[in-house]
Design a protein around this ligand. Structure first.
Ligand code: NAD
Length: 263
C-alpha cells in the first residue's frame, strides 16, 4: 500500500501554526522536508487570502470560529483544505459540507491510524454485539483543551448512533447527575474527563449483564496526528471536490483494515 507521500515537497499553508498541533505539524514537516514544506503560517492577525494563495494545500489546527474565513479563502483560490480543528456547531459543519461541493476537503476528528482503526472496530463491535449491550464513550484530555466532548468522542458517538439507528443529537447523554433513573437502552453516554497533559485517550465501552468489552486508544504524542494531517494534504491534491475523512485517506471505509507494513 502506498503511504500517501508525494514525490516532490508539498507546499503547505498552516493555520494555527503556533499552537500545540501547529508546532507538531511544523516539526514533522521539517523532519520530512523532502516531502513537505510549510511555506506560510496563518495566525490571528494574518491576511488569510494572501497566505492561502502560496500553498498547494492548507492545513488547519486552530479554532472553529476561523473555519468560515478559511473556507472562503480556499474556495477563492481553489485550494484543498485539511481541517483538524474540532468543536464546530451544526451551522459550521453545514458550511464545510457546502464548500466541499467546490473544493476537496478532509475534515477529520482524528488523524491517527490507531484511532481510525478504532472507528472501524467500534462499528464492527456494535454490529456484532447487538442491542443488549449498553454503549458508553469516555474521553480524557489535557487541561487546556477547549471543546468537549472531543471531536473523536463525537465521531465515536456518531458511529454508534448509526449502528443502532439512533440519533446523535437526541440520544447522546453527556454525563449524569441527580436522580436520573435507570439507564434506558436507547442512549449512548459520552463523557469528557480533563486533567494534566494527557494527549488523548478514548474508551468505547460495550456493557451487558455478565460481561463487557472495552476498546481503548491512547495517544502519547501529537506527532501521530501531525503526520496524518500532512499525508491527508498530499492525498487531497489533484482529487475532485468532496468531503472526505481520514478513513477515506487510509482506505479503511467499509472494509477490514489492511495489514500495515509501514507507519
Ligand atoms: P492550541 O490552543 O494549542 O492552538 C490553537 C492555535 O490556533 C493557536 O496558535 C491560536 O493562536 C490559533 N488561533 C486561534 N484563533 C485563531 C484565529 N482566529 N485565526 C488564526 N489562528 C487562530 O490548540 P491545539 O491543541 O493545537 O488544537 C487545535 C485544534 O485541533 C483543536 O480544535 C483541537 O481539538 C484539534 N485537534 C485535532 C486533532 C486531530 O487529529 N484532528 C488532534 C489534536 C487536536
Amino acid at each position: 500500500m502506498s503511504n500517501g507521500e508525494p514525490t516532490t515537497a508539498l507546499a503547505v499553508v498552516l493555520s494555527g501554526a503556533s499552537g500545540r498541533m501547529g508546532q507538531a505539524v511544523r516539526a514533522c514537516a521539517r523532519r520530512e522536508s523532502e516531502h513537505y514544506r510549510v511555506v506560510a503560517t496563518v495566525g490571528r492577525t494574518d491576511h488569510l487570502s494572501v497566505s492561502v494563495e502560496v500553498g498547494d494545500a492548507v492545513i488547519d489546527f486552530s479554532e472553529a470560529s476561523i473555519t468560515a474565513d478559511l473556507l472562503a479563502a480556499c474556495r477563492a483560490h481553489r485550494k484543498p483544505l485539511v481541517i483538524g480543528t474540532t468543536g464546530h456547531d451544526r451551522d459550521q459543519r453545514a458550511a464545510i459540507a457546502e464548500a466541499a461541493a467546490e473544493i476537496p476537503i478532509v475534515f477529520a476528528a482524528n488523524f491517527s491510524v490507531g484511532v481510525n482503526t478504532l472507528f472501524w472496530l467500534t462499528r464492527e463491535a456494535a454490529r456484532i454485539l447487538g442491542p443488549s449491550f449498553d454503549l458508553e464513550v469516555i474521553e480524557f484530555h489535557h487541561r487546556r483543551k477547549k471543546d468537549a466532548p472531543s471531536g473523536t468522542a463525537r465521531r465515536l458517538g456518531e458511529i454508534l448512533a448509526e449502528a443502532r439507528a439512533l440519533s446523535y443529537d437526541e440520544d447522546i447523554r453527556h454525563g449524569r447527575a441527580g436522580l436520573v433513573g435507570e439507564r434506558p437502552g436507547g442512549e449512548i453516554g459520552v463523557h469528557a474527563v480533563r486533567g494534566g497533559d494527557v494527549v488523548g485517550e478514548h474508551t468505547v465501552l460495550f456493557a451487558d449483564v455478565g460481561e463487557r468489552v472495552e476498546l481503548i486508544h491512547r495517544a502519547s504524542s501529537r506527532e501521530t496526528f501531525a503526520i496524518g494531517a500532512l499525508r491527508a494534504a498530499a492525498w487531497l491534491c489533484g482529487r475532485s471536490a468532496g468531503l472526505y475523512d481520514m478513513e477515506d485517506v487510509l482506505g479503511l471505509k467499509n472494509q477490514p483494515p489492511e495489514v500495515r507494513t509501514q507507519k
